[in-house]
Each structure stands twice: as C-alpha cells, then as structure tokens.
Write a new protein. Sequence first.
Length: 231
Amino acid sequence: MKLCLRALLVCLAAGFAAAEAQHHGVNNKLLIRGGTVVNADRDFPADVLISDGKIVRVAEHIEATADVGRVINADGMYVMPGGIDPHTHLAMPFMGTEAADDFRTGQEAALAGGTTMHIDFVLPVNGSLVRGYEAWVEKAKLSVMDYGFHVAVDTWDEVITPKEMEQLVSKGVNSFKFFLAYKGALMVTDAQLIRGLKQCKDIGAIAMIHAENGDAIEAWQDHVVRELQIT
C-alpha cells in the first residue's frame, strides 16, 4: 500500500509540474529518474522525460540537459500512467436530484486517486443533443483535468436527431448512449434504437446501450406496488 501511494504521488507530481512549467513559461521539460515504469505489458527500470506535458522518451538512463526544468527522484517507486474513467456523471440532473460532485470537486477527487482523464455523460436539453452538449461544455469550465463526452439519445426525430449526432461528431464526440430502461425519462423504443444504431454506423460513432427492459420493469414495479402493496 505504501509503495502504491508513493507511485501515485510520482505520477501526479509529474503532471502538475509539467502544467505549472508550461503556464509560467519556464524550462518545461520534466525528468522522472530511477523509477520502475509500469506499462500494460510489463514493468521495467527506466527514466521518463516529459516535455510540454507529453512523454517524449522512456530509456534506461536519460541525462538532465539544460532545458530540463525539474528532476524527480523516483528511486524505489512505480511510475505509471494516470487512469481513465470512461463512465462518470458530474453535475448531472436525474429524476429530481443532481449529482453532488461538479467538474471541479469530482475531478479533484479523481486526481487524488490517480485518475487523470474521464468521459462524462451529456443529457439532452429539451430534446436537443446539441443544446445538451453546450450545457455540459459550460459545466466543464470548472475542469482541472482532461475530459471527454458521451451523449445520451433519449428520443428520435427523423430529421433533427441524425443531423445533431453528425454535428456532435464534428465537435469530437464519438459515442452515443441509448437507454432501454427509465421509461418515461430516458428510455427509447426498439425502433428508435435501431435507427440510432444505423446512424452511429453511418457517422463512425460508437453506440452504447443501457441494456434492460423498461416495459418489463414497469410491469413488475406496478405488481409490487398494487398487488404486493410494497412502497
């Protein structure tokens, strides 16, 4: 546990130091020396050189040249990439509630645990995917780390919805979510889902599906409340 915590501190210090150097216009190369680099396939002793916030070299020994603004001694520590959380709901309104964390507090907590990027879910505003995206861009102005967006599709208009999905892809959104639960709130019909899947294929986007059966859930909820009288 102690070693893991020290490893996270090395990763986060590297990210913050690079950002700080870039902001202040000083020598913005950062060298992490003497640690054990952990990748997906293996771990090995190596130094890591970072320039403008990007890893530019990983090698057994890297000299600290004059343009290196800071050297971190990672002897006895793991050096690993930050985590990516692909499923978050920050400042999201849902069924009369709103998520407690916004883009600042949620991201600060993520950074403290070693997550350095996340993908948040956008809900449409008044049926519009684009207005929903714009609302989330505004929420994300509090951000202190990298993020991306999935966009939920909760209805279907034969003309407007496909155009808005294509417009969002041009803005960098590459995944859309379709709910088969939450009837009366976010749920789409099977026919709407099929149209959405076809549109995702046409524009090169990824379709995400919340795979339940909203009609069956509603029927059993009704049974529990009306017949079993459980509330």
